[in-house]
Write a protein that binds this ligand. Sequence first.
Ligand SMILES: Cc1cc2nc3c(=O)[nH]c(=O)nc-3n(C[C@H](O)[C@H](O)[C@H](O)COP(=O)(O)OP(=O)(O)OC[C@H]3O[C@@H](n4cnc5c(N)ncnc54)[C@H](O)[C@@H]3O)c2cc1C
Length: 382
Amino acid sequence: MDFSLTSRQRLIKEAVREFMVGECDPAKTLELAKKKEFPWEIYKKAGQNGYLASYYPKELGGQGLPLLDYCLIMEEIIRYDNRIGMALSLGSIPAKTLLRFGNEDQKKTYLPRLTKGETVASIAVTEPNHGSDIRFLDTRATKKGDEYILNGNKTYITNANIADFYTVFAQTEPEAPPYRGISGFVVERETEGVTALDLGDKIGLKTTSSCSIEFRDVKVPKKNLLGNENHGFTYIMDALNEGRGEIANQAIGLARGAYDRAVFHAKNRDQFGQKIGKFQNISHLIVEMSENIESAALLAYKAVWLYDQGKMDLATSLQAKVKCPLMAIDVCLKAMQILAGAGLFEEQFLPGYLGDALATWLLEGTGQMQRNTVAGKILGRL
Ligand SMILES: Cc1cc2nc3c(=O)[nH]c(=O)nc-3n(C[C@H](O)[C@H](O)[C@H](O)COP(=O)(O)OP(=O)(O)OC[C@H]3O[C@@H](n4cnc5c(N)ncnc54)[C@H](O)[C@@H]3O)c2cc1C
């Protein structure tokens, strides 16, 4: 076992940190968060630097990096500024089904625009009546000649009001047994009959929107079908299992960001004539945060490392996706205790880190649903 970063990984992390110091002004990102605006300027610059979706192959505009190296890039950005990092990371995660199951034409048409920072992608699975339970969907795609006609409503879809294209999942065979009869399609936002609306304020992910989408008699050409008809559920699960390692690593970035602010405060804030870090309750909180971050990070890195080795292990990925958000939420709450009054203000980042950590718990399925799957792996059919 070798737990050290490679020299390339170390260099990448240093370069990313320099990029953030040079390009990221927290006062400006706070304004973006208040206005709920996507950070397009820095997103484009990150694209020029090769940081966006850098695990994509070179022919799709990526850097061909291992997923772990990419996760380390995002971790570093999120650690420095979550308002930027979460937006950058969530710009491309939704395109995973397209990357994995799209044909060459579809991939070449849409994916290079993501790595260049020209647009973001959305994935539309969740519906008002289907959150965790996506065995069936109410959205219908009905074949008519060379097209499918799409009708239905989606909800909580990240960036749907700004993304140029979506991967949309809909029921193509309404009578099919559970998990079957769902298909995926690439749909451009500007298509007639598509309406995406921001759902309003939320506690985290302030620089990405969460939207409803209405599809009304939307004509989708057959060539936009993703992979095979009625295989959509498998595509969603396969792509999510890869994405879950990324979400676990986002949580590591959030926890490290909160930890950095807590350590800084403990070293600089004086009360009763001494630095507050000299009080044992404060120093022990910091040690506990460090213990928890490091142990969760080992699991998160292992999940993605296994994926890079072609040995993806579902239980490890899911456990990382459960453990890391819980750890990040706890670290944020501890950091808030250390900053006390200052910790409640957005200027100090902690409310944002906490809100984003709460989101990582439910993005791509809730931790409870992931525990259901892991329980099945450990206990088998009882
Ligand atoms: C900020 C944000 C961004 C999102 N982005 C997207 C996106 O881009 N695309 C997309 O398609 N979706 C997106 N989602 C939707 C997200 O995936 C769902 O919110 C999530 O899957 C949970 O669904 P739900 O909120 O309807 O909760 P529900 O499914 O209603 O669950 C409610 C509670 O019941 C529990 N529960 C439900 N079923 C079970 C069970 N069988 N066993 C144990 N517990 C259970 C859940 O764990 C949860 O605690 C986003 C959501 C948010 C909040």
